[in-house]
Design a protein around this ligand. Structure first.
Ligand code: GLP
Length: 259
């Protein structure tokens, strides 16, 4: 795991956008794992602004609310269309999200996993982090080997996300999410977190013990995972000096110093 601390949210989101664009340049038919949430909006805006070529890419989102069709403004399908897919040249038929209104949710989850496999697995997975420490909707006690499945949302998550609904009561209490194991199978992972309210959970995820109570801690097991944070989200990390040294000195990061 590597940690990159950028001075501001602006710089953190610009770096993530750059890394995503570099991925599709290096591999035009990349299979991308995409995330939703407020943090990602700025990343997608910056990606779309560069007029990128996504024509050969496919994408799989982490999660979707159970019970919301893609036409619902609060669904993650709607979010992705609005914030990214409608602004770039990706073929909509190559964009996948779990179907939250599938008749047989278990089968839907199995098919989602199969489709990822058929396309050769995820090359680059983007992640945000919830205040409960979830990645995707892998709430506390999610098995570290779990695969795509239905998951009940915790009160912390419901509190965090319900403010996005016109009527907070209408927020679904269940979601379909890629499992922790699905996420760990991606070839490369980038987690982005910004703002003071993420500082505590970032410190636990990066420097705390691995536990299924905080699914983001499982990222410590991954061979190629980068955590990108702004100063506020980094404020409770203990080894900041070391992380900064790595970013400054590792050849891999040389060309990204100014982003
Ligand atoms: C939702 C998503 C998560 C995401 C989180 C962060 O809960 N299921 O995948 O990481 O939002 O949200 P925000 O960026 O709004 O803090």
């Amino acid at each position: 795991m590597e940690v990159i601390i950028r001075p501001t949210r602006e710089k953190a989101t610009t770096l993530v956008a750059r890394l995503l664009l570099d991925q599709i340049k290096a591999k035009p038919d990349s299979v991308l794992g995409l995330a939703t949430g407020r943090t990602m909006e700025e990343v997608y805006e910056k990606v779309a602004a560069k007029n990128p070529d996504f024509s050969e890419c496919s994408s799989f989102n982490l999660d979707e609310y159970v019970g919301l069709p893609g036409t619902d403004e609060n669904s993650y399908r709607y979010y992705m269309n609005e914030h990214l897919f409608n602004k770039i040249n990706i073929k909509l038929e190559n964009t996948f999200l779990p179907n939250g209104v599938a008749e047989d949710l278990k089968l839907e989850c199995e098919e989602y996993e199969r489709e990822i496999g058929k396309r050769g697995g995820i090359d680059l997975q983007l992640l945000g982090i919830g205040r409960s420490g979830h990645i995707g909707f892998n709430e506390p006690l999610s098995a570290l080997f779990s695969r795509t499945r239905e998951k009940a949302l915790t009160p912390v998550t419901i509190e965090q996300n319900s403010s996005l609904f016109d009527n907070p009561e209408e927020m679904p209490k269940q979601a379909i999410t890629m499992g922790v194991g699905t996420i760990l199978a991606a070839k490369r992972i980038i987690l982005l977190a910004t703002g003071k309210e993420k500082a505590d959970i970032i410190a636990k995820a990066v420097e705390g013990p691995i536990t299924s109570m905080i699914s983001a801690t499982a990222l410590q097991l991954h061979q190629s995972c980068v955590i990108i944070v702004d100063e506020e989200a980094a404020s409770e990390l203990k080894e900041k000096g070391y992380y900064r040294w790595i970013f400054k000195n590792e050849p891999e990061w040389k060309k990204y110093q100014d982003f």
